[in-house]
Design a protein around this ligand. Sequence first.
Ligand code: NAD
Length: 419
Amino acid sequence: MTNKSSKVSGFYKLDLDKRLDFVKDFADLTKEELDIFSKGLDFEIADRMIENVIGSFEIPIGIAVNFQINGKDKIIPMATEESSVVAAASNAAKIARLKGGFTAECSDPIMIGQIQLLNIKDIAGAAEKILDHKKQLLELANAQDKVLVSFGGGAKDIEVRILDSPIGKMLVTHIHVDVRDAMGANAVNTMCEALAPMLEELTGGHVRLKILSNLANKRIVRAKAVFDKDKIGGDKAVDAFLESYTLASIDPYRAATHNKGIMNGIDSLIIATGNDFRAIESGAHAYATKNGQYSSLTKYYKDQDGNLVGEIELPIALGIVGGASNIHPKAKVCKKILGIKTANDLAEIVASLGLAQNFAAVFALSTVGIQKGHMSLHAKNIAVMAGATGEQIDRVAEQMKSENKIKLDRAKEILAEIK
Ligand code: NAD
């Protein structure tokens, strides 16, 4: 893909065909690939994905523009039902690109599998025995997934943890698996199951659980951006932003909402690429407690010129092979739009998007408040809920906005007046 500019003003003003033309041109899509966006999921595909299928559930997919990540322009497909999320991300990206956009980096894609061993007499001796047999255990694990090993991945290390519990001491073996471009759950679970008999033999204990951990704290992505002081309203605006952020850094009640705002962006891309948003969510929130108290996944500070610097860090269990990412037709096209070659490429975009989303939310909160922007976009939904159709939707929404009364009862009154 050539590096075409993702900077567009007024993308929202374009009609559907013009938006699709832009995406087609940006990502060199074929007409067939583009047409996929106007189709629902085939019953046959859905029926293979889950059980008892009766159809599929559609949520809108929008394009966030203006992103520049590690020097490359990106447009980002976002599948979300929440209004103002896509606009907010695009806006944040527009501000970030003034100072070079986002820089992002990933660790190796190491996932953790856990094997729980119970009823061990000499637990310290058992732990030592496991570590003494690390080589054999890793060989056995790697024999389960020759494909993964052929790509440079596979089981890389073994750790043991002795845990106290209400039912006595237990020995938990961790296997660290480089899952390359996969999310890795199936690969890791298969390895955990394969190691269980050997671990029982080595320790004399018996295995209960054998499954990956969603606290993927060895698979970390980081992104950073500088937000121009003057563009966001000068020193006072930067200070107001930092005051707002500080609450999220010290208070779990605020941190939960702050992180939810991050996940507004992250989940929408995770869904658009056919990834498992529950895995990303559980990993992110568990990681947010890493210093002993639930806290913000982002941090903000001023640089020497007084600009606002934002950083994000979170675990990132996602893939571009496996799961639904290679099955769902829209997910396949979304990956092409993103121009990614590896799971780490995708992770870097995910983290940048999460940071953009968080910046946009905190910026709105620390200035005009979130409701103004949010409710203004939400007005159309309320108009529809009141029963407006066609042109009525805009008329009802505009009237409610001009009165600053975006409420269902008012929408119904205006609709009755129009009719
Ligand atoms: P998978 O098993 O479908 O695909 C991964 C496999 O693809 C690898 O094991 C490897 O053999 C092969 N492969 C081919 N090319 C590869 C490359 N370049 N890099 C890496 N592997 C390559 O998928 P998975 O990622 O192991 O599992 C993901 C799915 O598991 C998700 O859909 C998730 O919802 C589900 N899941 C999640 C959990 C959890 O999060 N706790 C538990 C169970 C299942």
